[in-house]
Design a protein around this ligand. Structure first.
Ligand SMILES: [Zn+2]
Length: 281
């Protein structure tokens, strides 16, 4: 049993406590105590790039908890060090479509998400009709369950993206903040799906993970990304057939999946962006 004077105690790194890959060591009124701890989740903090701060020892629920703040310095990836550009088109059918500097396309399927969100919506409608307190309570639960599900998918896809592409990669996303507010809905095959917050969250997660990985994210003007032919540059609304998910250029007949074309155009906008910001460097 370890006893401290206060239920909360500040422990200064390397003076009051230390942590190695194997053990936690702490000064107490009875001298120094060395303890084993669950190492698995902590492993990544021992690669020499993280700093441990002043920890808080807290007594709660008849147990002692140690809160350890860790910090790490990141240098932002410089535009001149970018060695790969990946355009990412976000959508409903394919949650994310990526097009890289090698001309390779990767689709991250969103159909499961779309289906599951549709199902959530049906249940929500039924509950809304009921108007009882228990129905209202259930409604709330469904809302947060749905949000958790989307958050989980966003975590998975952004993780897959930063792991797939090397350090020095610059991801290019559409800046959707201007055109889709938090409440606006997008019409998808006779029903409306609110996608804006999910897209915004996707961007935030990708930015955060990319930075940890020596990569970066930029957002560009979404204008004409779905209507421009990536081969000849011809811009026409009729180039894209939303129903068939098909892009077919009215000028040069180039044909491809419409989400893929969106990603290709974002890739090109990324190259243009680099050209502008590094001009004169
Ligand atoms: Zn064309």
């Amino acid at each position: 049993m370890i006893e401290f004077k206060l239920p909360e105690y500040d422990l200064v790194w390397n003076r009051d406590y230390s942590l190695t890959g194997n053990q936690f060591s702490v000064n107490t009124l009875d001298g120094r105590i060395k303890l084993k701890y669950e190492r698995k989740a902590m492993k990544k903090y021992f690669n020499g790039t993280w700093k441990f701060g002043t920890a808080k020892l807290v007594h709660k629920f008849q147990k002692w908890f140690l809160h350890i703040p860790v910090t790490k310095d990141f240098s932002e990836l410089d535009y001149t060090d970018v060695n790969n550009i990946v355009g990412i088109d976000l959508g409903i059918n394919f949650l994310a479509t990526a097009y890289d500097s090698q001309g390779k396309t990767t689709f991250y399927n969103g159909k499961i998400v779309k289906h599951k969100r549709g199902k959530f919506k049906v249940t929500r409608k039924q509950l809304q009709k009921k108007q009882t307190p228990s129905a209202r309570k259930k409604l709330k639960q469904i809302g947060s369950r749905e949000n958790r599900y989307v958050t989980d998918v966003n975590h998975q896809v952004t993780k897959a993206l930063v792991e797939k592409y090397r350090r020095g990669t610059m991801f290019v996303l559409e800046d959707l903040t201007g055109i889709r507010s938090a409440t606006e809905k997008v019409r998808v095959k006779n029903r409306y799906v609110s996608v804006s917050w999910a897209f915004y969250q996707f961007r935030q997660l990708l930015e955060y993970k990319a930075q940890l990985n020596g990569q970066k994210v930029i957002v560009v003007d979404p204008k004409y990304t779905s209507q421009t032919c990536p081969k000849c540059g011809h811009v026409e609304k009729a180039n894209r057939n939303k129903e068939l998910h098909l892009f077919k250029c009215k000028n040069c007949q180039y044909e491809s999946n419409d989400d893929r074309v969106g990603a290709m155009n974002l890739h090109r906008k990324g190259i243009e962006h680099i050209g502008v910001v590094t001009a004169g460097v």
